[in-house]
Ligand binder design. Structure first.
Ligand code: CAA
Length: 246
């Protein structure tokens, strides 16, 4: 099987790091991208993944030109981008009545514009080569809506609409586009939720616990595989049963 090059945005984050590891274990060359400003986290990431075929290229998914540079740098240093995982995401929770415009704009810019910025810069190469795997990390909260997350729920639901539309546009050219909707996992994002609120959420999860980042990464690796070519425009929930739909 051909060695593929994978780019993971938010690659040094809670889910991102596990996604990088699983994709590398599956035999891919992996490039994590994230803000250069997170220097300390970048250093601990590099230590964590030492010895694996995982690299780091700085970039800001909220900035179109920065995404263009990431794709160019990856292509010149590691090879053409075959797999793109959009895992960069932030929360700026607050009820709508208290939500500042910056909370709305920041979440939409990183979580949704970021997907456009990366896909737009990577798609031409994938189409030209007739191969691509795009995986967008959405959220259960984009399916159900979450109290205090009009911004985040809107961005995550928008991501899935984007996924389905793009999937149709590139389906005949060997490129698949899917989303994954994780539930509440053991990440800093979830740990930032006040403990009492978080415990109530965990109580409502049928499996009775938070998900492990490796359980999300497992699903990414499944969709990124060469023999997943008949799965496109899909959304795979990985949420411990928190939200079930047919
Ligand atoms: N449903 C209905 N009512 C609720 C509620 C809920 N889930 N939570 C709170 N309320 C009620 C409160 O009881 C309160 O009622 P009263 O005014 O009658 O007292 C009212 O709504 C206001 O609530 P708060 O005082 O809690 O409002 P706040 O501004 O202090 O806090 C919040 C709001 C910051 C959004 C807080 O509720 C919160 O942190 N919620 C959790 C949000 C969340 O789940 N974020 C997920 C982050 S992780 C992630 O996003 C990853 C992923 O993809 C899964």
């Amino acid at each position: 099987m051909k060695k593929r090059v994978a780019v993971v945005t938010g690659g040094i984050g809670g889910l991102g790091t596990e996604i990088c590891k699983k994709l590398a274990e599956a035999g891919n060359t992996v490039v994590a991208t994230d803000l250069a400003a997170r220097a300390e986290r970048v250093e601990s990431f590099k230590k964590d993944v030492a010895g694996l075929d995982i690299h780091f290229v700085p970039g800001d998914v909220g900035d179109f030109d920065s995404c263009a540079k990431v794709v160019q740098q990856v292509e010149s240093e590691y090879g053409a981008v075959d797999i793109l995982v959009n895992a960069a995401g932030i929360t700026r929770d607050g009820t709508l009545r208290k939500m500042e415009r910056t909370q709305w704009n920041d979440v939409l810019r990183i979580n949704l514009d970021g997907v456009f910025n990366m896909c737009r810069n990577a798609v031409d190469g994938m189409l030209a080569r007739g191969y691509g795997r795009i995986i967008n990390i959405s959220s259960v909260n984009g399916q159900t809506g979450q109290f205090g997350q009009t911004n985040y729920s809107a961005a995550k639901a928008g991501m899935h609409g984007f996924t389905m539309a793009m999937a149709r546009e590139v389906a005949r050219k060997g490129v698949t586009v899917n989303s994954i909707s994780p539930g509440y996992c053991e990440t800093a994002l979830v740990m930032a939720v006040p403990e009492d609120v978080r415990n109530k959420i965990i109580d409502s999860v049928p499996v009775g616990r938070l998900g492990k980042p490796s359980e999300i990464a497992r699903t990414v690796s499944f969709l990124a595989a060469e023999d997943a070519g008949f799965i496109t425009g899909a959304n795979i929930p990985v949420n411990g049963g928190l939200f079930m739909s047919s």
